[in-house]
Design a protein around this ligand. Structure first.
Ligand SMILES: NC(=O)c1ccc[n+]([C@@H]2O[C@H](COP(=O)([O-])OP(=O)(O)OC[C@H]3O[C@@H](n4cnc5c(N)ncnc54)[C@H](OP(=O)(O)O)[C@@H]3O)[C@@H](O)[C@H]2O)c1
Length: 299
């Protein structure tokens, strides 16, 4: 039976380190890390995410502000708000909650955030730094950074000699995850919807990362015995066993059967999920240290 990788516990230890780093920055320099979250519209799931980010920022000792804009906000108004936050010295991290309402174009909004304050790590400057192997001066996208931290807990920081397969090639997750694994010396295969015989590609993986958005797609016979399986997928499926109309969250991996074969595996929920918000806090404190001219802590 696989070791279950406890994302809640890993996230809690990152949050504890962030809280400590935030307190020492404030006592040494008077700078309090500041996180601004911008949300447009009234999607309940997005509001729940944003509320938990605000709560966590306060818990870390940050200045936390939230801008809730109406669903019919114009592109110009949104970008003007981002420009104001870029110019605000008390704000070190800016996060625009995605997805945006359909009439808004996310790409120019992402590019309007100053790269130094892009705590989501989505700006092309930060994506470019990961692509060129510069992990020291940019901000790394939160979910891949968190997933990587879980990989490091099992294998250490040097993945020399290990084969890694990432299923999914999104800019948000798959691409940066592949690049982080490569920077750690893994031999990386990026798989996607056009990959031929995905099962046999996966069976080659010492580290198998699934980020597809298809419930329980990765079966036990895709998993190399002893492999580390990182399940990024979050899928809500019907759960008639819990009662009529009830649902549950599952990952992209058929957890119960894969856990019989894997060496280590992340559960859903409680695996990669809690890491995203923890790494958002880590990026904010890193950005604040850099602004204060201090060496940023590592996580
Ligand atoms: N905080 C978190 O824990 C967190 C954060 C981000 C994402 N997620 C979850 O991770 C999952 C992926 O998110 P995302 O934003 O990366 O999704 P995405 O942008 O929709 O990308 C999905 C990727 O999966 C590939 N794919 C689709 N069907 C496939 C198939 N049958 N076989 C192989 N590959 C296939 C796609 O390939 P093509 O490129 O060829 O279309 C694409 O690259 C979702 O469940 C999301 O909810 C969780």
């Amino acid at each position: 039976m696989a070791v279950v990788i406890d994302g809640k516990e890993a996230a809690a230890s990152v949050i504890a380190a962030v809280t400590e780093a935030s307190a020492s920055l404030e006592s040494e320099t008077g700078v309090k890390p500041g996180l601004a979250v911008v949300i447009v519209g009234d999607d309940p799931a997005s509001h729940a995410y944003v509320n938990s980010k605000g709560k966590m920022a306060k818990q870390c000792g940050f200045k936390s502000i939230q801008h809730s804009l109406p669903a019919d906000t114009s592109q110009e108004t949104l970008e003007k708000l981002v420009a104001e936050l870029n110019a605000d010295p008390s704000i070190h991290g800016i996060l625009v909650q995605l997805p945006l309402p359909k009439h808004l174009n996310a790409e120019p909004v992402i590019l309007s955030v100053s790269p130094e304050k892009d705590v989501d790590g989505l700006h092309v400057v930060n994506a470019g730094k990961i692509a060129t192997g510069d992990l020291a001066t940019g901000l790394i996208s939160c979910t891949p950074a968190g997933a990587m931290l879980l990989v490091n807990r099992i294998h250490g920081r040097d993945l020399s000699g290990l084969n890694a397969v990432v299923i999914g090639r999104s800019n948000l997750f798959g691409k940066p995850m592949g690049l982080l694994l490569l920077a750690a010396n893994a031999t990386v295969t990026m798989a996607h919807s056009k990959t031929k015989d995905l099962g046999s590609v996966c069976r080659n993986a010492d580290i198998l990362v699934a980020a597809v958005g298809r419930p329980q797609m990765v079966k036990a016979d895709w998993v190399k015995p002893g492999a580390t399986v990182i399940d990024v997928g979050i899928n809500r499926v019907a759960a008639p066993d819990k009662g009529e109309g009830k649902t549950r969250l599952v990952g992209d991996v058929a957890y119960a059967e894969a856990a019989e074969v894997a060496g280590a595996i992340t559960p859903v929920p409680g695996g990669v999920g809690p890491m995203t918000i923890a790494m958002l806090m880590a990026n904010t404190v890193i950005a604040a240290y850099r602004t204060a001219g201090k060496t940023a802590p590592g996580f």
